[in-house]
Design a protein around this ligand. Sequence first.
Ligand SMILES: [Zn+2]
Ligand SMILES: [Zn+2]
Length: 150
Amino acid sequence: MARTTAKTHEADQALREALEANGQRFTEQRAAVFRYLCGNTEHPTADDIYAGVRGALPDISLATVYKALETLVSCGLASKLSFGDGSARFDPCADDHCHSRCLVCGAVRDVPSLPVPGSMVGGRLSDDFQVQGVRLEVVGYCRSCTPVST
Ligand SMILES: [Zn+2]
Ligand SMILES: [Zn+2]
């Protein structure tokens, strides 16, 4: 068996176990969405994912992609990043981590060098606020959008 095939099979098996542990079925559509997400570091939108998986699954619909994403998020296999303008992007890493977001093109990247105050999780911010997670976003301009100073 080729190495890549074995790797894909292993990833599918892990996905199958995670889905079944949450009472969800393993489907080819969910697997395709998950695979696309794991191979992408750009935090794609549902539309990006839809465009990306249509090559492998020409019959898949955007609604199916949305549902597959919801399932992955509910199983803790991915996280959804929602923005104030109503847009959303998806991240295969469900752990708390920092993001940078470009104010012009909307590109979202991980910032592994910026530590998340993980000690806060599960604790309390004040008497009336219990912390469930930390979302840290740094905003600015990416390399291609940096305004040229004149
Ligand atoms: Zn940009
Ligand atoms: Zn991320």
